[in-house]
Design a protein around this ligand. Structure first.
Ligand SMILES: [Zn+2]
Length: 105
């Protein structure tokens, strides 16, 4: 396992997250450059920009999920999932992986 940023093999597992497809992915932390990365990320069905636009319409502009579903032609459960992910992501920005508390899984 090598870091995708600096190619160092000094990497540790750094938590898991769930993709928009509902797949659990392992996240790694490079102890050399201190960056996080995911190996072979799955290409998403929708672009991040598109997803971002819808989530912002719902979260920031207060557009209804049903309405945005019609406007953007994305299913209601998908939008709900994206909004949840967005809120989780906001929280995880506060959370930082600590090198001292790495679990070996
Ligand atoms: Zn690195």
């Amino acid at each position: 396992m090598n870091c995708i940023h600096c190619n160092s093999d000094n990497v540790v597992k750094c938590g898991k997250f769930i993709t928009s497809n509902g797949i659990v992915r392992q996240r790694y932390l490079c102890k050399n450059c201190n960056k996080k990365f995911v190996v072979n990320p799955i290409k998403p069905k929708y672009s991040e920009e598109f997803k971002d636009k819808i989530v912002k319409a719902v979260v920031k502009e207060g557009m209804g999920i049903r309405q945005s579903s019609r406007v953007f032609k994305v299913s209601v459960p998908t939008i709900i999932k994206w909004v949840k992910e967005y809120k989780l992501d906001e929280k995880s920005k506060i959370f930082r992986c600590s090198l001292a508390t790495q679990a070996k899984n």
